[in-house]
Design a protein around this ligand. Structure first.
Ligand SMILES: [Zn+2]
Ligand SMILES: [Zn+2]
Ligand SMILES: [Zn+2]
Length: 158
């Protein structure tokens, strides 16, 4: 659905993600507490990955908590539930761009502006097929590609 590099109706993007998170929480019987919801909203503000301390700074500005565990617990919940992903390379978090879809996240990370686009990668791709052939059980497979987004490529050429 969403490509973070495209110009798109981002308010629709935010609405879809929040609705998907609410529906998933109701279905799984877990609580989307005000802090968890707010952290998801903060991550959804743009398609740039945020570190836990950036999230914490926002929470404390808004009076929602100033202790690191508050941010870490909320981020842990969001990643566990698949509403957000952790980007190891950046040690940061992004909201999931394909909420509700069963997928192995794959990211394209712009090294210039920090925009992160999540590639639509369904489960059972080439890696999964090779693993199956090798009798290997994949527990976690996160693809992180680094490069330049379309607008940063234009900027570099100008
Ligand atoms: Zn968007
Ligand atoms: Zn995702
Ligand atoms: Zn860029």
């Amino acid at each position: 659905m969403t490509d973070g590099f495209d110009r798109h109706d981002h308010s629709a993007c935010v609405k879809t993600a929040l609705a998907a998170a609410e529906a998933a929480c109701a279905e799984r019987g877990v609580q989307l507490t005000p802090v968890r919801r707010r952290v998801l909203e903060i991550l959804l503000e743009n398609h740039v990955a945020m570190g836990a301390y950036d999230v914490l700074a926002r929470l404390s500005e808004e009076g929602l908590g100033s202790k690191p565990p508050v941010a870490y617990r909320a981020l842990g919940f969001l990643t566990e539930q698949g509403f957000a992903h952790r980007i190891e390379r950046l040690n940061a978090f992004v909201a999931c761009a394909r909420p509700g879809a069963d997928h192995d996240p794959a990211f394209m990370i712009c090294r210039s502006c920090g925009t992160v686009a999540e590639a639509g990668q369904a489960r059972g791709g080439p890696l999964a097929r090779s693993a199956q052939a090798a009798g290997f059980v994949i527990e976690q497979a996160v693809v992180e590609a680094e490069g330049l987004c379309p607008s940063c490529q234009t900027g570099a050429q100008a």
